[in-house]
Design a protein around this ligand. Structure first.
Ligand SMILES: C[S@@+](CC[C@H](N)C(=O)[O-])C[C@H]1O[C@@H](n2cnc3c(N)ncnc32)[C@H](O)[C@@H]1O
Length: 259
């Protein structure tokens, strides 16, 4: 019987060595292009679903004050280790979106940030409209007036033509993996089963993780953001500054909290 683990519980240890940290590096570059385009210079960042802390540490290296939030203790452990190895002071917090409550020191006041970010389709892990709406509201509560919220999400086309069509498989001396996703019938969702084989002496031990994502129509994402007190500054094909079309697999959103 394979071992079953929670999403990222097993993957955390291999995430960076499987090059999955590249995405955050590219998003940081794109985020700086966005900030230049909108002439906005944040000083503090709330990095949501921060994973192994790649973006959080890069923001901190640029001199920003950074708080990283994630629901996976294993991913946070890797993030803390990365920050320590770079001698960076970052506040990493274990919280599960859509709940979000970062306090100002020991006070009851919510801490406010100039910018919130959330990369690599992490918001697709919110599986109900109510959760996505609540998440946007909580993010807005943690932003200063005119603060920016920058994130990417998979579209339904992305789940259908990207996720569900590909098989990701590979092998190296210590690890083998086969990942395959399947669309849900009648729902804009897909579940990826990630199977890992880890070398344990002369044997290979199998561990499975399931990751479920939900896609939302662009019009709903915009409506939920507006309902949470944001104005939409940019709604793009990820890594570009063009409008998304029917074939866009990943969108990037630039939202600004209203005064
Ligand atoms: C694809 S990884 C992306 C990690 C990081 N943003 C990056 O770009 O490498 C998704 C991350 O979202 C986190 N996550 C998923 N659902 C979450 C939730 N409800 N609340 C907080 N974090 C969540 C996972 O633990 C994981 O670290």
């Amino acid at each position: 019987m394979p071992k079953s683990k929670k999403p990222y519980q097993h993957l955390a240890a291999f995430y960076d060595s499987m090059d999955m940290d590249r995405f955050a590096v590219n998003m940081i570059d794109y985020t700086f292009r966005i900030l230049r385009k909108f002439k906005y210079q944040p000083r503090s960042v709330l990095e949501l679903c921060c994973g192994t802390g790649t973006a959080a540490t890069m923001f901190a290296e640029h001199g920003y004050e950074v708080t990283g939030v994630d629901s996976s203790p294993e991913m946070l452990k890797a993030a803390r280790k990365k920050a320590r190895s770079k001698r960076l002071k970052i506040n990493f917090v274990h919280q599960v979106l859509p709940k979000l409550s970062i306090r100002e020191g020991k006070s009851r006041r919510l801490k406010k940030f100039d910018m919130a970010t959330c990369y690599y389709d992490s918001l697709n892990y919110l599986l109900s409209e109510a959760d996505l709406k609540e998440c946007f509201t909580r993010v807005a509560e943690h932003l200063n007036p005119q603060g920016y919220f920058i994130f990417d999400m998979n579209t339904y086309h992305g789940l259908k033509a990207g996720w569900a069509k590909m098989t990701n498989a590979g092998v190296r001396d210590d690890l083998g993996w086969v990942w395959k996703a399947k669309l849900h019938e009648g729902e804009p969702m897909a579940t990826l089963t990630a199977v890992f084989f880890n070398k344990k002496g002369r044997h290979w031990e199998r561990t499975d993780e399931k990751h479920t994502e939900r896609a939302y129509p662009n019009s709903d994402i915009k409506r939920f953001l507006k309902g949470a007190g944001f104005e939409i500054k940019g709604f793009y094909r990820a890594f570009r500054f063009h409008k998304p079309d029917r074939k866009t697999g990943r969108i990037a959103v630039v939202a600004r909290k209203k005064d």
